[in-house]
Every structure is written in structure tokens, then in C-alpha cells.
Design a protein around this ligand. Structure first.
Ligand code: NI
Length: 282
């Protein structure tokens, strides 16, 4: 990963004052690296949801795009709220929407100063809402876009570990990023880290039967870990089945702290540092 230290993001200067900093000595802090607050399920109370997040020490949130409309909405939210950022990209479910026109739009909006990554992109062989070949093509095209723009990528993987690794290997040294809502095995985690990726844990790590995720959390070095809600989906155990939101993020940090025998403050601080590093917000 040290190979990426020379990747400088020219946008950082715009964003210095946008990042919400807190006094480490008195407060905990959490960085939700993957949310979808732009989604319609937050239309009625979005401002309250953001307020509740800050009350629970979740100061920074990246809203992840998955189709063109949601990319624009995520950018608008970031423009209007301190501490919020956006990523832009077409989800593998929407891979068939990638064409010359939409790629041009993505390229243009990826230059917006509030856009900190390309995603979520990747492969989903579980639901297969787009044919495999179409997904692979859209994935590679957007990886090229990310390397052109010097932006990290947010990867969605579902039962496609082998093809994800084959594709990412072609970009080794040129791309860094995040394995969002990690769901693979320990071998996939190791190979992802070797390729310059961080492992992001979401709600499923709090489920009592997620033995595989618990083992990975115990094994992994905290410097390779991020936390996310993926809200409104995947609410943690204590609120399972409800609409998820960033204020529940500390529950995920708490579970990781339990598994690793650390304090929640340590998990919050280190994962926040990791998030700033991967999104070039330092
Ligand atoms: Ni997502």
C-alpha cells in the first residue's frame, strides 16, 4: 500500500475545511464510509438523520452513488452538509446503463470537489441483474476512469471473488480502494489487502452467526479496517429489520472492539484515520 503514497489528490485543498474534525481528547469519532442518505427512504427526515448521526459522534459520511440520478443526489447532499462526501459510479445491477453518454457524465461529475471516489462498482453474481460479461465490461471501464481521475474505488462483491481479484490485479499499483460490506473469506481479505484495499465491515458483523466475519475481524490489522452502515439497508443486530442510519455506526465499531479486545474509541479513531487516508482527505 505504500506504493500509493505518491497518489496526490489535487482536490484536497478545497476540502480541508469541509472535513469535520473533533477534539480527540474529549470525544469519540466515527466515519461512515458507505451510506445512501440520498435514497428516497430518507426523504421525510434526512436532516434529522444527519443530526442524530453527529450526536452519536458520526461526523463524516460518504454517500455512495449507484445510478446517475443517485450520484447527483449524493453530490447535492455533500454540497449542503459539512462532513458529507459523495462517490459516483454505476452499481453492477445497473451495469447495462453504462454507455458513452453515461460514462461522459460520470467523468464530468467525478471532478466535483465533493466526489472522493468511484463507486459502487464491481460484480454481483448472486442476483445477476446484468449479464456477467456486461458487468465485467462496466467494472473495467469504471476502474480505468478511477485511475485516470486518481480516485479510490468502492467495490461491491457478491459471489464474484475470483473475477474481482483477476480484474483488480490488472490495475495493481494504479488503483486503491475499499471492499465494501465485506462478505468473502479470509483468503479473499488477504488478497484484497495485498492489492491495496481496505476491508469495510457493515451490519452483518454484529449478527451472532457471522462466524466468518468475526474470525476475519480478530485476525485483521486495524489499519486495514473501515466501518460503514450501507444504510438504509443492513441494520445492525440490535435494530435488525429497521431502516438503518449512520447514528447506528458506533454499534459496528463496538462489535469490532469486542472481537479485537480494544476500546471503541481506538476503533473509532483508527478507522477514521484509515478513511481519511483512503479518500485522500488528510
Ligand atoms: Ni451500498
Amino acid at each position: 500500500m505504500s506504493g500509493f503514497t505518491n497518489l496526490k489528490n489535487p482536490k484536497t485543498s478545497y476540502l480541508d475545511s469541509h472535513l469535520l474534525e473533533v477534539n480527540k481528547k474529549v470525544k469519540k469519532m466515527f466515519f461512515d464510509t458507505h451510506a445512501h442518505l440520498q435514497w428516497k427512504s430518507f426523504d421525510k427526515d434526512r436532516d434529522l438523520v444527519i443530526k442524530r448521526a453527529k450526536k452519536e459522534d458520526v461526523f463524516n459520511i460518504v454517500n455512495v452513488g449507484f445510478d446517475i440520478d443517485n450520484c447527483y443526489k449524493a453530490i447535492n447532499l455533500a454540497t449542503q452538509n459539512k462532513g458529507l462526501y459523495a462517490t459516483v459510479g454505476l452499481h453492477p445491477h445497473n451495469a447495462s446503463q453504462l454507455n458513452e453518454k453515461t460514462l461522459k457524465v460520470l467523468r464530468t461529475i467525478s471532478k466535483n470537489p465533493f466526489v472522493v471516489g468511484i463507486g459502487e462498482i464491481g460484480l454481483d453474481y448472486y442476483r445477476l441483474l446484468s449479464p456477467k460479461e456486461v458487468q465485467k465490461q462496466a467494472f473495467e471501464t469504471q476502474l480505468i476512469l478511477a485511475s485516470e481521475q486518481n480516485l479510490p474505488v468502492v467495490i461491491h462483491n457478491r459471489e464474484a471473488e475470483s473475477d474481482i481479484l483477476i480484474t483488480l490485479s490488472k490495475f495493481k499499483g494504479k488503483i486503491k480502494g475499499i471492499m465494501h460490506c465485506f462478505s468473502g473469506d479470509i483468503d479473499f481479505a488477504k488478497k484484497s489487502i495485498q492489492l491495496g484495499f481496505l476491508i469495510s465491515f457493515a451490519g452483518p458483523i454484529t449478527y451472532s452467526k457471522s462466524y466468518n466475519l468475526h474470525d476475519i475481524a480478530k485476525w485483521i490489522d486495524l489499519k486495514d479496517v473501515l466501518i460503514e452502515t450501507d444504510c438504509p439497508w443492513l441494520a445492525p443486530q440490535s435494530v435488525r429489520g429497521k431502516r438503518n442510519e449512520p447514528s447506528y455506526l458506533p454499534r459496528i465499531a463496538n462489535k469490532i472492539a469486542d472481537l479485537k479486545k480494544l476500546t471503541i474509541k481506538e476503533v473509532g479513531e483508527t478507522t477514521t484515520e484509515n478513511a481519511k487516508r483512503i479518500f485522500n482527505l488528510e
